[in-house]
Write a protein that binds this ligand. Structure first.
Ligand code: G1P
Ligand code: ZN
Length: 542
């Protein structure tokens, strides 16, 4: 029986860069989840009788929320729910399921790379029928609904057994529990040369994939160990846990330090990789060399034609504004466009749908292509493996050759996490106020060529997104970007992005932080970071 429940709005249900992300304790307040889910449904039209895909990254509170979503989807009139066994589906796999089965949309329960557990983070994100994150028009409508919600619809029904594959009916809706891995693995097999990659492993090539006790464990075990015959044990931390084993499932050099240390040792494997909580990010480390995500995007784009799925070449590349210009150089060489979008995967969707880009990426360890409408961690790893299987060179040789032929974009991001929100906004405001006077001035020996507050005009839907980060460009191709994170759950996070171009191969092997020294000093001089946010050093350097 459908039940109409009276409720009152919560003031803070504004979706950020990737949906609504808060502490678990916030989501556990009475009706908090229900209000948000109903606000999603009330912002949509025409889903009666249609399919909704539901999946999560396995974090704490995932099963409870999935049951709520199932009951509410049935009460609101969806005809079918496709749910991953155990409530687990990676974000790129949700995107694929929506597309493959022509679903109306999907709900992803994840806080991505943020930690999980009763005192940690949770998140809810809505994806539209193209498989990608809802665009701003929809997320704004969801927020507006959440501010005036008076009732939600649910069903008086018991829990669905999420662990048993098969079909059940609740209300007038069919719930189908499916194998979360099979469809995705099949898709990967259409894009990459699995025989060549298997031959690479058979030749003795070794991989270590760290699933960080998050969603990619089952996917990586099936694909790398079963289908590609990598030795058992190649995938580590492969069992998803509600608290990710107490770690941050964030594939960076801080949280995947063990993997990094192993890859820097003499007896490490040939290739190291990791993914995050929900499986959309990637970390790539060769023997003795960490590949920055910006370089990885450029190298994947330059070599994509070696994989069957991209043998016809790329239609275009897209990168987020803070991502380095290494991809732009590849695009120029290939004679295709490189689109520059604001941070967040949702801006790539229109370009992919319109056939204006084939490969997209962000400096924050995200890369993907038009095979889905999300970034895809395992896709990036498989494309690397396909390239390695085809070129039969080490990761390091491929990267160094790439720098020699295209130039090197030294790149780093400094994050100041959980700083005072008002102070962070004051820092940005102070910089913004000086944008017009900066060009022509010299800071730490660097002359400012241009400065702006990045605004994006979407060439497909003609929408405009403003205040997407302050960009300061210097003579010679160096650049600083300042922006505030849209995904944090406590305080504010200031991100400072530094980039310097070096064309001369003889000067391309300097330590990154060393190479960026004057830019780091210029960032401090321009933004007075220490004074504003009362921190001497960044919390994370990537
Ligand atoms: C961060 C990353 C961004 C990414 C997003 C979701 O957002 O910077 O590139 O798309 O997470 O994974 P931010 O916290 O910077 O707003
Ligand atoms: Zn993620």
């Amino acid at each position: 029986m459908i039940r109409k429940v009276t409720t009152e709005p919560y003031a803070d249900q504004k979706p950020g860069t990737s949906g609504l992300r808060k502490k678990v304790s916030v989501f556990r307040q009475p009706n908090y989840v229900e209000n948000f889910i109903q606000s999603i449904f009330d912002s949509l039209e025409g889903f009666q009788g249609k399919t909704l895909v539901i999946g999560g990254d396995g974090r704490f509170y995932n099963p409870q929320v999935i049951q709520k979503v199932i009951r509410m989807a049935a009460a609101n009139g969806f005809g079918r729910a496709l749910v991953g066994r155990g409530g687990i589906v990676s974000t790129p796999a949700v995107s694929h399921l929506i597309r493959k089965y022509g679903a109306y949309g999907g709900i992803i329960l994840s806080a991505s790379h943020n930690p999980g557990g009763p005192d940690e983070d949770f998140g809810i994100k809505y994806n539209i029928g193209n498989g990608g994150p809802a665009p701003e028009g929809i997320t704004d409508a969801i927020h507006a609904h959440s501010e005036r919600i008076e009732r939600y619809l649910t069903l008086d029904a018991g829990d669905v057994d999420l662990d048993a594959e098969g079909r059940t009916i609740i209300g007038d809706m069919e719930v189908e529990i499916i194998d979360p891995v099979a469809d995705y693995a099949e898709l990967m097999q259409t894009l990459f040369d699995f025989d060549a990659i298997r031959a690479l492993f058979e030749s003795g090539f070794r991989i270590r994939f760290d699933a960080m006790h998050a969603v990619t464990g089952p996917y990586a075990t099936e694909i790398f160990e079963k289908r590609l015959a990598a030795p058992p044990g190649s995938v580590v931390n492969s069992v998803p846990k509600p608290d990710f084993g107490g770690h941050h499932p964030d594939p960076n050099l801080v949280h995947a330090k063990d993997l990094h240390d192993l890859m820097m040792s003499d007896d490490g494997p040939d290739f190291g990789a990791a993914s995050d909580g929900d499986g959309d990010r990637n970390l790539i480390i060769g023997k003795g060399l960490f590949v920055t995500p910006s370089d990885s995007l450029a190298i994947l784009a330059a070599n994509a034609h070696l994989a069957p799925g991209y043998a016809k070449g790329l239609r275009g590349i897209a990168r987020s504004m803070p991502t380095s210009a290494a991809a732009d150089r590849v695009a120029a060489r290939l004679g295709i466009d490189c689109h520059v979008t604001p941070t967040g995967w949702k801006f790539f969707g229109n370009l992919l749908d319109a056939g204006m880009a084939t490969i997209c990426g962000e400096e924050s360890a995200g890369a993907g292509s038009d095979h889905v409408r999300e970034k895809d961690g395992l896709w990036a790893v498989l494309l690397w493996l396909n390239i390695l299987a085809s070129r039969r060179q080490s990761v390091k040789d491929i990267v160094v050759e790439h720098w020699a032929s295209h130039g090197r974009n030294y790149y780093s991001r400094h994050d100041y996490e959980n700083v005072d929100t008002a102070a962070a906004h004051a820092l940005m405001q102070a910089l913004r106020a000086r944008i017009e006077e900066l060009p022509g001035t010299t800071v730490q020996g660097l002359t400012v060529r241009a400065a702006d507050d990045f605004a994006y005009h979407d060439p497909v839907d003609q929408s405009t997104s403003e205040h997407q980060g302050i960009r300061i460009r210097f003579e010679g191709g160096s650049r600083l970007v300042f922006r505030l994170s849209g995904t944090g759950t406590s305080g504010a996070t200031l991100r400072v992005y530094m980039e310097r171009f070096e064309a001369d191969p003889a000067r391309q092997s300097i330590d990154t932080q060393q190479a960026l020294q004057s830019l780091i000093a210029a960032a401090e001089e321009l933004a007075c970071i220490r004074n504003h946010v009362a921190r001497d050093v960044p919390s994370v350097i990537t």
